[in-house]
Design a protein around this ligand. Structure first.
Ligand code: GDP
Ligand code: MG
Length: 165
């Protein structure tokens, strides 16, 4: 069976940046007419000879008339459904928000491996001091400090991800 890694979390935590790093594809897919960079949502990756598909779940609109739960049901639930492993991305610069907590409530009900990805952790403070806050979410999940922009921590994260395949 295919191994699928779903990247979820609220907007701006760095999901798409992490996705691009994991699939090692830096070439943006651009729309020739508008010149606007398009999101690509599925990519292939490999780590220690284990192949997997990565899903980026950007795109839902927060602040529309839909409730957050409604939006996530439509656009993220499918990825959660398909996932072998779920990467729940949070932001070590802003810390936790109410939306993060809503996400955690949804993930708590899903019986799949979840890894908390503490992104934007370029500094020692962000790597270490924020972890207790994320553990306090009460998910049965370990916290992995990474930087999607400089790549630090992603090796340790992937070592853990592939254990679930
Ligand atoms: P998404 O909405 O969750 O997909 O987030 P994006 O990947 O679009 O990133 C949102 C913003 O966070 C962008 O300005 C990124 O450059 C920035 N960002 C993403 N990853 C990192 C990181 O590891 N460190 C820092 N400092 N900024 C990051
Ligand atoms: Mg995105």
């Amino acid at each position: 069976m295919a191994n699928i890694v779903a990247i979820v979390g609220r907007p701006n935590v760095g999901k798409s940046t992490l996705f691009n790093r994991l699939i090692e594809e830096r070439v943006a897919i651009t729309d020739n007419v508008s010149g606007v960079t398009r999101d690509r949502h599925y990519g292939q990756s490999v780590w220690t000879e284990k192949y997997f598909t990565v899903i980026d779940t950007g795109g839902y609109v927060v602040g529309s008339e839909d409730t957050f739960e409604g939006a996530i049901r439509d656009q993220v639930a499918l990825a959660l459904d398909e996932a072998t492993v779920i990467l729940f991305v949070v932001d070590t610069i802003t810390g936790l928000t109410d939306l993060d907590k809503e996400f955690a409530n949804i993930l708590r009900r899903i019986d799949k491996p979840v890894l908390i990805v503490a992104n934007k952790a370029e500094t020692f403070e962000r790597q270490s001091l924020v972890a207790p806050e994320f553990y306090a979410l009460g998910l049965d999940a370990d916290v992995y400090p990474i930087s999607s922009t400089d790549g630090s921590g992603t090796g340790e994260l992937l070592d853990e991800v592939v254990k679930h395949f």
